[in-house]
Design a protein around this ligand. Structure first.
Ligand code: ZN
Length: 128
């Protein structure tokens, strides 16, 4: 793996840094597919729940399964936020806000470098 890309990933997933808005590879990704944890491959989000939040970070209104992500109170920025982490490997993914679109009203605001996008083959079944 390229060294700069690897250290950017470590800063986010293991030290809870946030990548610069509009700097990631996935905020503007609209192809159908699956978003997995970059560190352990855990299936986290589906493109069908991805939306354009205008924030410059990949945003989703629902996780694939609530058991696959965990939420933790985060006071790091001096305000209370809800941190989103991978349940399997504890990677920091981003934060959860409650100003998302219906049907959930949630906005998972994630870092591109914490995710690995797996495009869905065009002829694949619509079932995940
Ligand atoms: Zn993981």
């Amino acid at each position: 793996m390229e060294e700069a890309a690897h250290s950017a990933r470590i800063r986010v997933t293991r030290r809870a840094a946030t990548e610069f808005a509009f700097s990631g590879a996935l905020y503007d990704e609209h192809a159908p597919g699956l978003y997995r944890c970059v560190d352990c491959g855990n299936a986290l989000f589906d493109s069908r729940t991805k939306f354009d939040s205008g924030t410059g970070w990949p945003s989703f209104w629902e996780a694939i399964a609530t058991a696959n992500v965990c939420e933790k109170k985060d006071f790091r920025a001096g305000v209370l936020r809800t941190e989103v982490k991978c349940t399997l490997c504890d990677a920091h993914l981003g934060h959860l806000f409650t100003d998302g679109p219906q049907p959930t009203g949630l906005r998972y605001c994630l870092n591109s470098v914490a995710l690995r996008f797996i495009p869905r083959p065009a002829n694949a079944s619509e079932k995940p």
